[in-house]
Structures are given as C-alpha cells and as structure tokens.
Write a protein that binds this ligand. Structure first.
Ligand code: HEM
Length: 368
C-alpha cells in the first residue's frame, strides 16, 4: 500500500486538482455549453505553456545578464531559448485544435464570455514585457494600451491581484532585450573592447568602412539591374541611396538622443560585426545566440499571425469579446518588433567577399 508521501503519478502531478479546474465560472462542467470544455482546455494548455516559457526566459535572461558572460555560458542561454522556441512552434500549431470549433458552435456560448478575452492573458503581457516590447508598440491607435484595460479589470476580480503581481514583477525586471544589449555592448569590434582607449574611433572606423563597402556593392547591383532593364538608372540611384541613408542613420544611431549614441552605435555595430564575421571561432556561440533570438521573435510573430487567421475563420471581422477591433487589431500586433536591431542589420549585410578587411583577427581565435 502507498503512503501519502509515495510519489504516485496522479499525486505528483496533482491530477485530482488539475482535472477539477475546467468547470468555468460556476466550477461545474455539467453547466458548460457544448464545446465549451474544448475552449477552456485549449486555453488552459496555452496558459501552462506560457508559464513554462516565462520560467525559461528568466533563466536565459539571468545567464545573459551576468557581469561577465563566459563563452561556455552562452550555450546555457541558447538552451533555454531553444526550449522557448520549440514550445512556441507547438503553440502555433495548437491553434489547429482551437479551429475545430465551428463559428456556429462558438456563437452558442460567446456572449456568456464577455468581456473575457485573451486580451487579459496576464502571462502573455508578462511575456511581452519580459522580452522588452515597449509600451508604444503595445498601444493600439484605436483601443489604447491593453495593459490599461487589464488594470481596470483587475480591480474587483478574484484573480486581479495575481494578474497585477505578474505584471508589476515583469515591469520591475530587466528584459531580455536589455540583457542582450548589455552583453552585445561588450563585443570586441575589430579587436577593440568598450574599455579600450579610442574604442569609439574603432567602432566608427568599422561602421564607416562597412558603409563604404555597402555603397560599392550597391553600385554593382544597381548597374546590373539597369543593364537587365529591371530599373532605370535614376530609379536605381534613388533606391540604393535611400537604403544607404537608412543604414547610415541606423549605424550612426542618429535616431537616439546624443547622450545614448555611443552606446547604441556600439550595440548595433556589434550585431553587424557578429553577423558579418560569424564563422570566427570566438563569434560562433554569439551568432548562434543571435539566430536563436531572431527565431524567437519570428515565432512570436507567427503566433500572432496564426491566432489572427484562426480568429478570422471563427468570428470573421467582428469586434472581440475584449472590445478591440478584432482581427484588424490582431494583425496590427503582428507588426510589433522587439529586437529591432537584429532585424535592421539583415537589410544591410554584405556578401563575404565584399566585407571590410577584418582587423586583429587573433582576438577572435580559439583560446590557446
Ligand atoms: C475561438 C477562439 C478564439 C477567438 C475567437 C479569439 C479572439 C480574440 C480576439 C478578437 C482578440 C482581440 C482582443 C479582443 O477584442 O477580445 C484576442 C486576443 C488574444 N487572444 Fe484570442 N481568441 C481565441 C482563442 C485564443 C487562444 C486559444 C489563445 C491562446 C492563448 C488566445 C490568446 C489571445 C491573446 C494572448 C490575445 C491578446 C493579443 C494581444 O493583445 O496582443 N486566443 N483573441
């Protein structure tokens, strides 16, 4: 016979408790409408995945936020982020399960839900905040900041205190974006570190050489496009000149206040440097990390897009139970980008043969 401390499967996993939580507001599954159990279970599974994602994300962030991130610690960061990415891929697919709900069946209980909505998923908001999404992007031009709506609902709701504790905690923490920037800032660029004398000159030198190499590369691409008749000469000149202007503004960080320009320039140059010379031994884990972060954001965008298509299929373009414009709102959120530098650099990368010459190569070899 088993004692209360014997780890039986159902006790360890608290299955009696877990399986008693699908009764909706009345706490009684017999009161549910047809298909409502499907709706509740699917959402609960997502919330459990969010819970695990948040834990993994904090572990990754903590490794990355250390004052000195040893090379051998980067695989730990990547390990946790890869788990997040794998879960996210699953979550994207899981919308197929939700989609087995027909529009008519959903309409059978939709009014009963109002104003409940994924809008109030405090774990999803926590995830956005922990990743580093800024309030400006989160704020919808029509609906405003969904976090404000969440705060309003938190007052007087039984789960409100917990919801706000999650949000407040995330807002007080370092985001993955901030930790990534602090780590990137220390990347040696052409062999120069942030504490080296004349480091800013080294960074500016790299950026200037890169921009010159870009102009040369654009020149040959432009000639080719004109030669094959795809563009007129003036159109080619204008198009490439505007791309070069964008690269220049980004790499010289003219979009940030003057007091932040040196740091921002260093961070952006570091991304460009790692992506450009990604085969160097010392940069091999850093570039895997950057790839993993890009993949994370790509999957978040896919999550948003897939959710929006599922919503369009089930409720069309009507207003959401949370009060937003519905699909139009959701499609707008798919435009949000957190790791903007990682995306921006992709537009300006050059083929290997066109890269500026690498200086101080010995800095990037394997440790002896
Ligand atoms: C019948 C199924 C579903 C429908 C019709 C639906 C519909 C919507 C709509 C219209 C919104 C916009 C806010 C509003 O006005 O309510 C929304 C937001 C949201 N939904 Fe769903 N949803 C469904 C299932 C799910 C599932 C399974 C999840 C899984 C977690 C989910 C997560 C979210 C999240 C996180 C938001 C907030 C998005 C943001 O503000 O960025 N939804 N949903």
């Amino acid at each position: 016979m088993s004692s209360p401390s014997t780890p039986i499967y159902w006790d360890y996993l608290r299955l009696p408790q877990l399986l008693s939580l699908q009764g909706g507001l009345d706490g009684d599954e017999r009161q549910l409408m047809p298909d409502e159990l499907h709706f509740i279970v699917t959402h609960q599974v997502y919330e459990l995945w969010f819970k695990l994602i948040l834990v993994e994300l904090r572990l990754a962030r903590d490794h990355l936020a250390a004052p000195h991130v040893l090379e051998e610690h980067i695989p730990h960061v990547v390990h946790h982020l890869r788990r997040v990415n794998t879960i996210m891929a699953l979550m994207v697919d899981q919308f197929g399960v939700m989609e087995t709900l027909t529009p008519q069946d959903f309409l059978g209980f939709r009014t009963k839900l109002m104003p409940a909505s994924g809008f109030q998923s405090f774990q999803m908001r926590e995830l956005e905040i922990l990743l580093g999404l800024d309030a400006e992007q989160r704020t919808d031009p029509e609906f405003g900041d969904p976090l404000e709506a969440l705060r309003v609902f938190a007052q007087g709701s039984p789960g409100g205190a917990l919801a706000m504790a999650h949000i407040d905690s995330a807002e007080a923490e370092l985001s993955l974006l901030q930790a990534l920037h602090t780590w990137l800032e220390r990347t040696p660029i052409q062999g120069s570190g942030p504490d080296d004398p004349d480091d800013d000159e080294a960074v500016l030198g790299f950026v200037t050489d890169y921009l010159a190499a870009q102009t040369a590369s654009h020149g040959s691409q432009g000639s080719r496009l004109v030669q094959v008749g795809a563009l007129t000469k003036p159109a080619a000149v204008t198009r490439f000149a505007s791309a070069e202007e964008l690269s220049r503004a980004f790499l010289f960080a003219t979009d940030v206040p003057p007091e932040d320009q040196t740091r921002t320039r260093r961070i952006r140059a570091a991304i460009l440097f790692i992506e450009s010379y990604r085969e160097l031994p010392l940069l091999s884990w850093p570039r895997v990390l950057l790839d993993t972060v890009v993949e994370l954001e790509e999957r978040l965008v896919l999550f948003r897009t897939r959710h929006a298509r599922m919503v369009e299929r089930i409720i069309g373009r009507r207003i959401g139970t949370g009060g937003s414009a519905g699909v139009d709102y959701l499609d707008r959120t798919a435009q949000n980008r957190i790791f903007t530098g990682l995306w921006a650099v992709r537009t300006m990368l050059l083929p290997r043969r066109a890269l500026p010459e690498l200086k101080n190569r010995q800095v990037y070899g394997f440790a002896q």
